[in-house]
Design a protein around this ligand. Sequence first.
Ligand SMILES: Nc1ncnc2c1ncn2[C@@H]1O[C@H](COP(=O)(O)OP(=O)(O)OP(=O)(O)O)[C@@H](O)[C@H]1O
Ligand SMILES: [Mg+2]
Length: 370
Amino acid sequence: MAQMQAKPERLPLPIEVEEAKSDKSDSGMENESVGEYEEDGFFDVDSLLEHNIPVEDIKQLKKVGINTIKGLQMCTSRSLATLKGFTPATVEKIKHACAIITNATTENCFMTGLEVSAQRRHIFQLTTGSKNINAILGGGIESMAITEVFGESRSGKTQLAHTLCVTAQLPNEAQEYQGGKVMFIDTESTFRPDRIKPIADRFELDSSGVLENILCARAYNSEQLYELLTSAGNVFHKDPGMFKLLIIDSIMAPFRVDFIGAGEMSERQTKLGLMLSKLQKMSEEYNIAVFLTNQITTDMSQPLTLLNNAEVKPIGGNVLAHATTTRMVLKRGQFQERIAKIYGSPNLEEQETKFDITLGGITDPKPQDE
Ligand SMILES: Nc1ncnc2c1ncn2[C@@H]1O[C@H](COP(=O)(O)OP(=O)(O)OP(=O)(O)O)[C@@H](O)[C@H]1O
Ligand SMILES: [Mg+2]
């Protein structure tokens, strides 16, 4: 399995914010995050010990990346029963213990809309570096959700991923979001630390500090990618509230290589579905934004003359379409202008806008270009 790089230790803040915060105690940010984490009902699976669940069973849960009671409740009894040494009686006992820990009863398992709204107050949005793109996304790349960006080669998907690696570490204007660490899972060998430096400079962040806060791992196949997600969950759990963004550049590349031809399509889609379900759960469990890049397919049934105007489609079929919260396509328009467009969204208007790629990352086009 691919190795994670060394764990980063500190979160750099923009120079002026760093100064303002310098008189805070060391415990400042981290303890705040842990407190918030517990307040939201995140209990460690270790709390099962108090309910007579053997330590060996808890070890098995952690081994597959189940670290919290919330994560455990997201699993079906059937999937838990496949764990080593787990009988249906063990699963029953664990589920019962979870209900006691979270004080779940048949009456209180529902929330009012107002309570849901209060719970969603922790959702944050990351800036893409372009106000235009933020606007069509309804603010930016949202946490507790999966955002997928697709487009032809050199359309700017990896550039956007690199920009987000930096902007995720910035507090937002309202100071409600303090910035956090990033996990970058690279399936195509596209992560370039050299690219981070000028982007960090643009936002007046110390580039070494920014790089320390990006954990990278290379996945060479879809199995390894799945295993890395389990490891990512363990890292998020160890450092509660510190990671804010998980990037996979790109999600479909390993699946395209591992499963070839129509005969393997069904297996591919099943494995992809399992992976996306894990990603969805992780985004909610750890309140992180999940950002996926994806490739496109061209409809070769179109006459050649129409191919240029044919609508590009993301690969991954309905499984990916249903799992993603927001999809955006990047493309080139006339005179090489760059266009971002919301694609098939259930809750966003399908608007398009222009953007630019500069040394400092994704940005808005200069006024004369618009
Ligand atoms: N420093 C820079 N300044 C301006 N433009 C840049 C810079 N670095 C890269 N680009 C532009 O970004 C584009 C490549 O974007 P990117 O690598 O994000 O493509 P992609 O959509 O990820 O493609 P692929 O599907 O092949 O991975 C190129 O057009 C390149 O000119
Ligand atoms: Mg790329």
